[in-house]
Design a protein around this ligand. Sequence first.
Ligand SMILES: O=C(O)C1=C[C@@H](OP(=O)(O)O)[C@@H](O)[C@H](O)C1
Ligand SMILES: C=C(OP(=O)(O)O)C(=O)O
Length: 428
Amino acid sequence: MGGVFIKPVTKLGGEIKVPGDKSISHRAALFGGMAHGETHVSNFLLGEDCLSTLRCLKQLGVSWERQETEVWIRGEGMGAWQEPIDVLDAGNSGTTLRLMLGALAGSPFTVTMSGDESLRSRPMRRVTDPLKQMGAQIMGRREGNLAPITMKGGQLQGQSFRTAVASAQIKSAIILAGLRAQGETSVEEPALSRDHTERMLRGFGVDVQSDRTVARVHGGGRLNGQAVSVPGDISSAAFFLVLGSLVGQGEIILPDVGVNPTRTGILDVLRAMGADIELLDSSEICGEPRATLRVRPAKLKGIEISGDMIPRLIDEIPILAVAASLAEGETVIRDAAELRVKETDRISTVVKGLNALGAKVEELPDGMRIQGQTTLYGGQASSFGDHRLAMAWAISGMLSREGVSVEDMEAADVSYPEFLTVIKKVAG
Ligand SMILES: O=C(O)C1=C[C@@H](OP(=O)(O)O)[C@@H](O)[C@H](O)C1
Ligand SMILES: C=C(OP(=O)(O)O)C(=O)O
């Protein structure tokens, strides 16, 4: 099918309300399904990934209703979950699959979970191994590493884990299993990944202790239904922070964006590169900080991104690479091998895609080296079904000389269904 052509822009302006945060929407629905009593989620993300979580909950017998972005979940506790009569399909969503496995590890029934072709190629032993050690019986392709995954949950024993990578999905799966295990469960990660699980479980009444890179829970914690207000997704806002910095004219206002410090690496890095980004009207609601972001044009310069900064901006690296190709000087991204196991191998796809548009990017085993001040001439780019690539190539088209035709632009529906409508509006 032909691509969607995105033309260059020379000015832009206006206010963009990005949709609800994907990570927080997943957790609000899942924890609402685990809780006793009603949970009301407002500003739920209507992206395919979060709808997958709702669909899986329904298959487990959890009743919920949705009106636009408002979701009401009538939780009866996890003991009320029923053995599903079909495979739970997580679609394109690693978060759905991995957090569901953690939540289901203590359920005394058999469940099979799967997903689309991309998800069925992503590593699952990082979650199935710890859950097996806690007592779940798990099988899957490639020794339990690839979905479809079949699990028979049951009595779990709390354990202490140290993960090889900083991953909120691994951390969350272990914590959720720990809620139903005997004794204490702890998980230590090499760097702090997003802490939405820890924050939101506290909001649902669970005692979660965390000390930077270590989180711990005791079994038997009870979740009570809550009202959860979801802030705007900073990972979606990132596309407009880059666009607003690099198009020469106009400012963009992004109201009510989540600015959880475990997710604001993109703000720190863009500002260090010279971006003019202001935070206005800061507040905290439901345990999550949020603010209005205002971005104005600025000259960007290259930067080194590595170490503990990487988990704080892991999903923003595709769009950061686009910014870096138009900044002055060189940008080097290291310690980001996790990118190779996202929806696509985001090191290889970003390097090849950007170079095809005129950039000069060298692939590194754990990242990339991007030469600045190149001209993005434009051309063809494929998302390969990866939503973050689709949107990064669209922004590249708006910043290019001749525009970009994006193959499989529909992938953006995974996290931002309105994306194309919004960029047309903001470009005037
Ligand atoms: O926990 C989450 O909601 C997510 C965690 C991240 O993955 P890892 O933490 O596994 O790297 C991120 O890439 C994903 O978009 C959402
Ligand atoms: C990797 C991502 O999500 P998930 O792991 O949930 O598929 C993402 O949103 O970039």
